[in-house]
Design a protein around this ligand. Structure first.
Ligand code: B12
Ligand code: SF4
Length: 456
């Protein structure tokens, strides 16, 4: 049996992580249940350990170090792997998570002999095989280098019965130091994953690289057990369901709501949703059991763009789902995208008009970024590589905005950034009035025309 240490590297763009790394916490609890010696360090929280990472790891004496990586964390993944490999060539270094799952071979190559194995997809079963000394050739879901050759093993299917998984090992994390993300009604707040996978195939989305397209749901009883555990152990007052798609199956959602109500749990909660998966019945139960806000990916006000990105929803459904939520007394967090393939000034204006019509309590206008693992990335890989953007700048709002990898539209980064600002201002009456006055005073007629198109 091997001793395992799991690490979450620092995220360059954020000062402090808001949410515990549940991926490695899931792996840890699963391994622990099988009597494997396992520990976790969230270096995103303990950044001072980065400088002494190799010494620190040696004191823990693991046989295997598993490092988790979102795209934005990859340079830190490589730094950690290199430091540890230099300190001890004996330690097996494994990379897993969203980015290595999306670009496994490239991760091995960029790891320059310091990363021994890349795990593709869910890590629980694969790391168990490794911890139990199974020959690498026989472990599904990994790729590795041996004798200077890359070996790609067969794909490992996602876990079919999520109920067989213990709750994530939050006890190995400093839970009190994560503040939660996004709008919060009642801190302390934390997140929970009740289902995995999403059957849709939006071209900009990379979720399928880890969890696949089969929507697997935990038993509502187990989900609510975990909520109760979070209330009792951590004093949590608010839960975020950050599943890929929480509202796919109506009966299941209602069953979760009913169980929250039956147990008399006083908890505020929120969930990621899709506009074509909700109805008034479902939303009514959600509201009654404590849901105060839903996150909808409205994405665009142009049907052409929605079709191009294979969102498989209509502008009318966007409006209807927003009305339903509001009628049920649930607030809306709206995600809108600017810079999709085929985007023009006209379609951007349609999106801002839609956002104004819907009036979400919170809205986010993101400039589209082709994430590794998405079809958008795959179809523009060469163009993206030519831009030479480092992984640490590969996120929605990099400091150097010229590093935003816009693809598939004739609109420039500058234009998209301009419209993003315009959109944000158009969402607030006060900001819009100020902008109008400034636009008139500076005789900016082009902008005046745009504002009129958006407002009327
Ligand atoms: C909650 C969340 C957030 C939170 C907190 C992020 C965090 N640090 O945990 C917030 C809202 C702050 C956030 C921000 C961002 N996020 Co986010 N987020 C999520 C979300 C919805 C859930 C994460 C989660 O808990 N998953 C549940 C666990 C169980 O899954 P998992 O972590 O993938 O772990 C499994 C496997 O990946 C694997 N695994 C993971 N680590 C390891 C390690 C080893 C060694 C092994 C073997 C296996 C392994 O095994 C795990 C169990 O099966 C995911 C989508 C998703 N469904 O995962 C997106 C997601 C992770 N986010 C994403 C992105 C892009 C971002 C941002 C960069 C967005 C931006 N602003 O540009 C920022 C980054 C800032 C940051 N890192 O904090 C992408 C990542 C894509 C990529 N290639 O990197 C995802 C996948 C969503 C998407 N498809 O767009 N995010
Ligand atoms: S964007 Fe949402 S609906 Fe589309 S594939 Fe990704 S998780 Fe599924």
């Amino acid at each position: 049996m091997k001793k395992i240490l799991l690490l979450n590297p620092p995220t360059p763009a954020v000062e402090r992580p808001s949410i515990p790394p549940l991926g490695i916490a899931y792996i840890a609890s699963f391994l622990r249940e099988k009597n494997i010696d396992v520990d976790i360090v969230d270096l995103d929280l303990e950044r001072d350990k980065m400088d002494i990472i190799s010494d620190y790891v040696l004191t823990k004496n693991p046989d295997v170090v598993g490092i988790s990586g979102l795209t934005i964390q990859m340079e830190n993944v490589y730094k950690i792997a290199e430091a540890i490999k230099k300190a001890s060539g004996k330690i097996i270094i494994v990379a897993g998570g969203a980015h290595p799952s999306s670009l496994p071979e490239q991760t091995l190559k960029e790891g320059k002999d310091c990363i021994d194995i890349v795990v593709v997809g869910e890590g629980e079963l694969t790391l168990l095989d490794l911890a139990r000394d199974m020959p690498w050739e026989d472990i599904p879901g990994i790729i590795f280098i041996k004798n200077n050759q890359i070996h790609k093993n067969q794909y490992r299917n996602p876990i079919s019965d999520l109920n067989s998984m213990p709750f994530p090992a939050r006890d190995l994390l400093k839970m009190e130091r994560y503040r939660g993300w996004g709008p919060m009604k009642h801190p302390p707040s934390t997140h929970l994953i009740a289902s995995r996978g999403c059957p849709f195939d939006c071209i900009f989305c990379s979720e399928k690289a880890v969890f696949g397209r089969n929507h697997r749901r935990r038993d509502p009883e187990r989900v609510v057990d975990e909520i109760e555990h979070l209330i009792n152990e951590y004093g949590v007052k608010e839960i975020s369901f950050y599943d890929d798609l929480f509202t796919l199956k109506k009966d299941w959602v209602i069953s979760v709501c009913e169980k929250i109500l039956q147990r008399g749990l006083k908890i505020d909660w929120k969930a990621l949703s899709r506009v074509d998966t909700v109805d008034s019945d479902m939303l009514k139960y959600m509201k009654k059991s404590g849901c105060w806000i839903v996150f909808y990916g409205f994405e665009s006000g142009s049907q052409n763009i929605l079709d191009t990105i294979q969102k498989k929803q209509t502008v009318e459904q966007n409006v209807h789902a927003a009305e339903l939520a509001k009628k049920s007394g649930i607030e809306i967090f709206g995600f809108f995208m600017l810079g999709n393939a085929g985007e023009t000034e006209e379609t951007v204006i349609q999106t801002i008009k839609l956002a104004r019509k819907i009036k979400p309590k919170y809205s986010q206008f993101t400039i589209v970024r082709p994430d590794p693992g998405s079809d958008l990335y795959n179809s523009h890989m060469q163009e993206i590589n030519e831009k030479g953007i480092s992984w640490s700048e590969y996120y929605a709002f990099p400091k150097d905005t010229s590093k935003i990898p816009v693809v598939g539209t004739k609109m420039t980064v500058e234009e998209l950034l301009y419209f993003r600002q315009l959109a944000l201002k158009c969402m607030s009456r006060k900001a819009l009035l100020k902008l109008l006055i400034r636009t008139v005073l500076t005789f900016n007629f082009d902008q005046l025309k745009r504002i009129f198109k958006i407002v009327f």
